[in-house]
Design a protein around this ligand. Sequence first.
Ligand code: FAD
Ligand code: 2HG
Ligand code: ZN
Length: 476
Amino acid sequence: LSSEKYNIKRKDFGTIKSSDVSYFKSILNEGRVLTDENDVMPYNIDWIKNCRGQSTVVLKPQNTEEVSAILKYCNEKRLAVCPQGGNTGLVGGSVPVFDEIVLNFSLMNKIESLDDVSGALICEAGCILENLDNYVRERGLIMPLDLGAKGSCHIGGNASTNAGGLRLLRYGNLHGSILGIEAVKADGTVIDCLRALKKDNTGYHLKHLFIGSEGTLGFVTKVAVHCPVLPKAVNLGFFGVENFENILKLYKSAKSSLGEILSAFEMADFDSINSTVQNLNLPNPIADYPFYVLVETHGSDDAHDSEKLSRFLSKEMESGLIVDGTVTSEPSKMQTIWNLRESIAGAGLVVGYVFKYDVSIPLKNYYDLVPILRKKVGDKALIVCGYGHVGDGNIHINVTVPKYSQEIASVLEPYIFEEVSKLNGSISAEHGIGFRKPKYIHYSKDKSALQLMKDLKQLMDPNGILNPYKVLPDTI
Ligand code: FAD
Ligand code: 2HG
Ligand code: ZN
């Protein structure tokens, strides 16, 4: 149990009674209140099977009014609630720790409107990202974010984690792309900030409180998202590179040569790609190299984009920055390459337990920690690999071991966070703090900032029922 592993005590919340279950059944209906142990179990376990809660009730509201009625009731009875989207979060935020009620958003999946001129999409929080992307693509637009979990994650979960992903470099983060939000506070009040305007300076920008706060300040029920235009020309290159210094040189060159059409610049080391080849049997279209780089372009003119890309390619093959590679605009081939990259996150899980770190570090130090950790954990680890979003200064370090061990955990933590802090980095670049990291948040937030976070929490959720044990540390 995660509560045992992390030595956490249950807070003084109410415990669920049969009268509570009857109330929930009266406002939802029988089928949308899960209480059978087997039915509830999957909602207690997170994607990496790192955290496991002990909830006995899962609620599946179908609209904002139902979310509001549930929270109003839970607030009065001091019942704690864990909001859950697609349950793809990687820091244990989406599952309960003890017996918190799970409020799952999967049935709130309606698209309300799409303005194909402005690009504003309005939909409910439980819409799956890939479904939204397919919907807007048919209408000449794309979603402004893309991530390996797109087939399961919800737009409400994306908003609540301020998810980054593979094209943040081009389309920016969700604080920019989310135009408006509807959310429900702990006491059931519906906060309507669901404007679909690009510009709106009428007082405090309240929507930002819900973006990235991981369900601790309110539950997101609807979002308005700005969707960029579907690119007419897409190209993808996958290159072998000799060393990390050359990746940085290549990034600089890609920005200068490809300019406005550059849409992704991702890297993976040999061990990252090798883990997908060995553990998931995925094909690597090129030979083995110490490092790999994935460069994507989104543009509006195929001839222009291909010409720019081939000029970049021939220049950098000649310079030696690119040792070998493949470039394609064929959808199935691009899919194979993206699949290789997106599968790294799950490749270690096939053979063991994965310690996952998701940090921002200044680019010159981006890869420094990987060889240091390799040395520190030695042959206790099956895989130590580094990969990520170079364009955003965000590296993912995965340390795979045969099974969870406190001994290895204490070699890695807090060491990694101390090093990241010394480099003025962030201990969580995109996955959030969740349940796994509140005790390390001080490495990236000072006391004054943490106190303001606590004050906001107190104001919006005075009984602390919204996603307890997550994000905020017990002491600051
Ligand atoms: P969940 O996992 O269900 O929840 C995440 C957090 O948000 C939890 O704290 C939960 O309580 C809260 N929450 C969920 N819904 C709501 C709501 N409606 N209102 C309030 N709070 C809510 N993340 C990235 O940033 N970039 C990546 O590239 C990336 N790639 C990934 C690849 C894979 C294969 C996997 C498994 C995960 C990846 N992630 C990535 C992490 C994860 O997918 C994102 O954090 C995603 O945004 C979570 O969405 P979700 O719907 O699954 O949310
Ligand atoms: C990615 O970029 C995700 O693939 C997941 O953010 C990273 O699992 C990880 O460590
Ligand atoms: Zn990532």
